[in-house]
Design a protein around this ligand. Structure first.
Ligand code: ADP
Length: 617
């Protein structure tokens, strides 16, 4: 039976309604805290600037005007007016100096610092979140939104401070002035409130909903864009031109969707924008207000001439102050929705928990997977009751066709995921009871899809900034992984810059060279346990043979688990585990498995032609 998928707008509505008042306040406070934690000086200076700006406006446009008119009306002394004006000029100059200092020194310097600090915090968090988060598209969406909205979140916190402290200053100054002059005037000014609040609320929610839906489509469009311009895809595209046909279709589709979305929201946004801008303008209210003032002053003589002019003159300012107060509500709702993503991301707590119950062993120890089961999602188990043991210094191979679960098992051993059932033990102790960082330091890994970073060779081996005193260790590690031949050809040795991301003269390594470089990381790290996922897949058979020889020799002091499609590399393994559909179906040495005439034999037979002559032990 078909079930109705929830409508997008239903879901968003639910989302928006869920933002309770408490959450809205706490999210906004969180945003301001983010700003202050990044740069307290900048936060404080925004507050001072907001007060200064509004106070000086009040003094100039209201107090000064009123004083001059009142003195003239009461036939006061010209010298007093002049003195007053001179004091004002001095105050104005001082305010201009403060304002310039803020704009030219503080804002220019500290705004980028605040933005940088927040991004570093997000990247730092991203570095530590469970890898499973990347499999969850909702989480990934939130992460993308959190990073892409980071600058905007800070800008929102800045604006919030400006609005709050600006409006407090305006309300205090003009409020007092109006109360002392004519309290009824406040009613007139207050009229614009309700209208503006309602309209702005609608507008903000509409904009947010639109952006949320647009963001999903933009991600798709960005992916297609990346495929066309990133080097990673260039080769495949040239070789499989038809791939682009599909992408073109997708691109057309996503553009159409964006167009539809724009159309869907266009009229609503246009109307809401128009009303926000024009219906609640000062124009209507000014006419009513001026009539009221004239009647009160002209007919009833209840107001002086100077009060009428100054009140009329100040009404727009008070209205601005009040509408800023009104704007704060919707602004905070919208900020809260943006901040919620960042907050959720920063507060995300990992499922892979840290524990320091046991000390890590100091040398290779027994690693055992006992009845290990695992599924990326609970419905589909990718590993089912896997049992393997790796004794100290053993070289164990995992073989099997694509999708058998080999890489997944390696990921569990690395604790990128924890098993759904069963246990992985090191030295007889559940690996969850070790300190996660120490445990991962104990292991060295080369993934099938390892990455070479835009840094020099040395840094790519160390995976950190190179300590000059350890250059010898780097060269030694590169020697063990068989990278020597290439290294000798490079003028700058381990200082040779890789990739052309940051350097025009960066060196690009071949697939095999890059793989050897990645393997050198394990030797440098001096890990007790090496995990190699297809370590020689990018090599030609001769290089593969050589790498295997040197690997076996160089890894004499380590336990090793390696995954291989090519059974030529598994011949020397102490034990081979053959996997199929997430289970171990055969195990033993190469010769034992051949004698078994099972799946391993079948695989070997299919591949042997290519290698038979080469490997005569
Ligand atoms: P192998 O290394 O033997 O080729 P894998 O461990 O990569 O196999 O994959 C085992 C199964 O798990 C496959 O069916 C694969 O599609 C699935 N799988 C791998 N990674 C993920 C993931 N991140 N999310 C969901 N399924 C995955």
């Amino acid at each position: 039976m078909m079930t109705r998928k929830p409508e997008r707008s239903d879901m968003n509505k639910k989302n928006i309604d869920k933002v309770s008042l408490k959450k809205m306040f706490s999210n906004n406070i969180f945003a301001v805290k983010l700003l202050f934690e990044s740069t307290p000086i900048y936060g404080t200076s925004i507050i001072i600037e907001a007060i200064r700006h509004n106070l000086i406006n009040f003094l100039e446009q209201t107090v000064l005007v009123y004083y001059i008119l009142n003195t003239i009306e009461k036939r006061g002394r010209f010298v007093d007016v002049l003195k007053f004006i001179l004091i004002f000029i001095a105050a104005d100059i001082l305010a201009a100096v403060i304002s310039n200092m803020y704009e030219q020194f503080i804002k220019l310097k500290y705004q980028p610092i605040a933005q940088k600090n927040l991004k570093l915090r997000l990247y730092e968090k991203a570095k530590g979140v469970d890898i499973s988060c990347y499999d969850n598209s909702d989480y990934y969406n939130d992460f993308v939104l959190a990073v892409s909205e980071a600058d905007r979140a800070l800008e929102r916190a800045e604006n919030l401070l400006r609005q709050v402290f600006g409006s407090i200053t305006i309300l205090l100054c003009y409020g007092l002035f109006f109360i002392t002059q004519d309290i009824l005037s406040i009613l007139f000014v207050a009229l614009s409130f309700a209208v503006r609040t309602v309209i702005l609320n609608i507008l903000n929610k509409l904009n947010y909903r639109f952006r949320l839906e647009e963001n999903k489509l933009q991600r798709k469009r960005d992916y297609i864009r990346r495929v066309f311009y990133l080097k990673d895809y260039a080769k495949e595209i040239r070789l499989n031109k038809s791939v682009t046909r599909k992408l073109h279709d997708e691109f057309r589709e996503v553009n159409e969707d964006i167009y539809k979305l724009n159309k869907e929201y266009g009229v609503k946004r246009f109307l809401a924008n128009l009303s926000a801008r024009y219906i609640s303008t000062d124009f209507f209210l000014d006419i009513i207000y001026v009539i009221y003032l004239v009647i009160k002053a002209g007919l009833y003589k209840l107001l002086s001439f100077s009060s009428v002019v100054t009140l009329y003159n100040s009404a727009a300012n008070l209205r601005r102050g009040l509408s800023t107060v009104v704007d704060i509500g919707p602004f905070m709702i919208e900020t809260s929705l943006y901040i919620e993503k960042i907050r959720q991301f920063l507060n995300h707590s990992n499922e892979i928990k840290d524990s320091r119950e046991y000390e890590m062993p100091k040398e290779p120890a027994v690693l055992e997977c006992r009845n290990v089961s695992f599924g990326y999602d609970k419905e589909k188990m990718v590993l089912k009751n896997v049992n393997i043991t790796v004794n100290p210094y053993e070289k164990v191979a995992l073989v099997g066709y694509n999708g058998a679960g080999k890489t997944t098992l390696i990921k569990l051993i690395l604790r990128l995921y924890d098993p759904t059932g069963g246990t992985i033990l090191l030295n007889g102790i559940d690996i969850r009871k070790y300190d996660l960082q120490e445990y991962r330091r104990y292991l060295g890994i080369v993934f099938q899809d390892f990455k070479i970073f835009a840094a020099d060779i040395g840094e790519n081996v160390v995976m950190d900034i190179v300590d000059e005193n350890r250059s010898g260790h780097i060269v030694n590690a590169l020697h063990k992984s068989g990278f020597d031949d290439k290294l000798k050809l490079l003028r700058d040795g381990i200082r040779t810059g890789l990739t052309r991301e940051f350097r025009y003269d960066g060196t690009d390594l071949s697939g095999g060279e890059a793989q050897k470089l990645a393997i050198a990381r394990i030797f440098y790290k001096d890990a007790h346990f090496a995990l190699l996922d297809e370590p020689s897949s990018a090599l030609d058979p001769i290089s593969e043979y050589q790498l295997n020889q040197s690997m076996y020799n160089a890894a004499y002091d380590k336990s090793v688990i390696f995954i291989s499609h090519r059974l030529s590399t598994t011949r020397r393994a102490d034990r081979i585990y053959m996997m199929e559909n997430g289970t171990i179906i055969e195990q033993g040495t190469h010769d034992e498995l051949l004698k078994l005439k099972g799946k391993y034999y079948e695989m070997w037979d299919a591949q042997a032609g290519r290698y038979k002559e080469m490997y005569v032990s």
